[in-house]
Ligand binder design. Sequence first.
Ligand code: SAM
Length: 201
Amino acid sequence: MDNPIRTAEYLARLSKRRSDLQGQIAGLLPSAAHFVCEFGCGHGHFLAAYAAAHPDQLCIGLDISGERIARAVRKRDRAKLTNLHFVHAEARDFMDCLPTDATLADVYILFPDPWPKRRHHKNRLLESDFLEIVARRAGQGTRLFFRTDYEPYFREAESLLQQHPAWEITPGAWPFEQVTVFQSRAAKHYSLTALRRRSSA
Ligand SMILES: C[S@@+](CC[C@H](N)C(=O)[O-])C[C@H]1O[C@@H](n2cnc3c(N)ncnc32)[C@H](O)[C@@H]1O
């Protein structure tokens, strides 16, 4: 049976973490923020280069690894990029803690952990429920850019996006190239772009 004291402590910690994250995000975003988001940004190679090339766009990168975010923040500070922020957060927690008036511009998911074993697929970032969460916060014309070196994950992502009512896979060139840490280690990679459908709720 659960220990009620430990459960209460756990719930209190969770609630504190959530309100800290909400406060942090609210402190970074202007009201009605519309921002480019990279989920699982690692050391921030891609988004730092992207933000430098697009100074008029607000960019937020997030990662569940505090050590990677610390490196990304150092990179941002060295480059003095005022339109870029990195947040230490789990992707779903981040989306949960966004202010209600914040919307996503383009979204990048680059070389997410592939979790090759079937019983671990539930840990993958790009899952149907996550596509729904992202779609709810997407603005008009939001595109989702997905890239991986693991072909089975690519096929699965393709199939999830094809079946999802909020998204449609669209042709088109990758809008901005910057080799990430994991891309530099990959022999080959697969990319797709999906567009947030207009009519979906
Ligand atoms: C394989 S690495 C890729 C990093 C970077 N995008 C690159 O291409 O070099 C996957 C990254 O996703 C992060 N990550 C995994 N699951 C996550 C989640 N649920 N929320 C946020 N970040 C996550 C990991 O900490 C890791 O930094």
